[in-house]
Design a protein around this ligand. Structure first.
Ligand code: CAA
Length: 377
């Protein structure tokens, strides 16, 4: 593993850093009030960020996976909201079409996703199928040239904003396990595809998370992704990669918490000297910095494996498990270091505190990551 970024990756890092500082930072307050960052996504599309890893022949920037992880990491340092929108759009919203779609499906949808005209979403979770994803109940019954979908999905990131949704439904009711599940590309204007409740979340206030229901939704047979019964594997394979994106988002939060806390501790004077010079606080900063470095190594190690076409399921889960914990712990410590100020909306660390928690939950809880890791030991 090369511990240095290539020149191209360094350029990506600098470009995204500058963009995040100049364009995303001024928008954070609006997102905190619940505004979806459409204008930001439009500018990101102009920079090629909505299709970083998509090959140029499908309208993307054709860059490597590590460049994409760099982008999520740097963006999430400024806004975990924008980080998750981009991560879900790319890894579980677009990649399933790119890797499992027919040439026709790729030509029809991927350029729109790469250009940002469409945002991607992923519909796996249901009210009674969260961690136990293969127990999902949404049904897809073939009728002539269509599949008729019925059921409901919850916690759909980018829901209501996306142009295409990768939807998992049971095509074989006799097969109770994972083999009866198929994947579909569902367009936003499909009849019977209904956007429901907008969740009011603890954090990530600018990202949209909705419930979705299918009431005799008519999906053309040509929108079946892969083969019938292959859906669960498509979901799992894309989540393997998706988890590196969430790990990078977590890393961004952990690093932001460290940077804010360090700067504050150097300024804040108590008992006659900056609190950074007092061991109780200095040791907290040392632990936070160590966690950031360890998370960074795990995240970029998983990215490196993926970039080189190597299997990365265990490493992705390790990166997500560790980095999401680092995000939460660093955010908790940052609020502690800021003291009373940290508990107010006048300082950014309370936002990090609220945004960090979901990293230990979505795209597989920390308990699920341990399951994935332990199965491979
Ligand atoms: N790649 C390819 N295939 C895989 C796989 C992988 N990583 N993992 C499992 N499979 C296959 C298995 O080989 C098996 O196939 P066969 O039946 O042919 O043998 C099949 O899938 C079933 O596997 P298991 O029996 O191991 O399934 P399981 O139910 O015991 O465990 C699990 C699977 C890891 C717990 C899985 O259900 C899981 O990851 N759950 C968490 C769900 C999740 O992450 N949800 C996230 C929702 S998306 C989201 O959060 C996006 C967002 O908004 C940010």
């Amino acid at each position: 593993m090369n511990l240095r970024f290539t020149e191209e990756q360094e350029m990506m890092r600098n470009m995204v850093r500058e963009f995040a500082a100049s364009e995303i930072t001024p928008f954070v307050e609006r997102m905190e009030k619940g505004e979806f960052p459409r204008p930001i996504l439009k500018k990101m599309a102009e920079l090629g960020l909505m299709g970083i890893t998509i090959p140029e022949e499908y309208g993307g920037a054709g860059m490597d996976f590590t460049s994409y992880i760099i982008a999520i990491h740097e963006i999430s340092k400024v806004s975990a909201t924008v980080g998750v929108i981009l991560s879900v759009h790319t890894s579980v919203g677009t990649n399933p079409i790119l890797y499992f779609g027919t040439e026709e499906q790729k030509r029809k949808y991927v350029p729109k996703l790469a250009s940002g005209e469409y945002l991607g979403a992923f519909c796996l979770t249901e009210p009674s199928a969260g961690s136990d994803a293969k127990s999902l109940k949404t049904k897809a019954v073939r009728q002539g040239d269509y599949y008729i979908l019925n059921g409901s999905k919850v916690f759909i990131t980018n829901g209501g904003e996306a142009g295409t949704y990768i939807v998992f439904a049971r095509t074989n009711p006799d097969e109770i396990g994972s083999r009866g599940i198929s994947a579909f590309i569902v367009e936003k204007d499909t009849p019977g595809f209904i956007i429901g409740k907008d969740e009011k979340k603890m954090g990530l206030h600018g990202s949209r998370t909705v419930q979705i229901s299918f009431e005799d939704a008519k999906v053309p047979v040509e929108n079946l992704l892969g083969e019938e019964g292959q859906g669960f594997k498509i979901a799992m394979a894309n989540l393997d990669v998706g988890r590196i994106g969430i790990a990078a988002q977590s890393l961004g939060i952990a690093e932001a918490a460290l940077e804010y806390a360090t700067a504050y501790a150097k300024e804040r004077v108590q008992f006659g000297k900056p609190i950074a010079e007092q061991q109780g606080i200095a040791f907290k900063l040392a632990d936070m910095a160590t966690a950031v470095e360890a998370a960074k190594l795990l995240v970029y190690r998983a990215a490196f494996l993926r970039t080189n076409g190597r299997s990365c399921s265990k490493e992705a889960s390790m990166a997500k498990l560790f980095a999401s914990r680092a995000a939460m712990e660093n955010a908790i410590e940052a609020v502690q270091i800021f003291g009373g100020n940290g508990y107010t909306e006048d300082y950014p660390v309370e936002r990090l505190f609220r945004d960090a928690k979901i990293c230990e939950i979505y795209e597989g809880t920390s308990e699920i990551q341990r399951l994935v890791i332990s199965k491979q030991l």
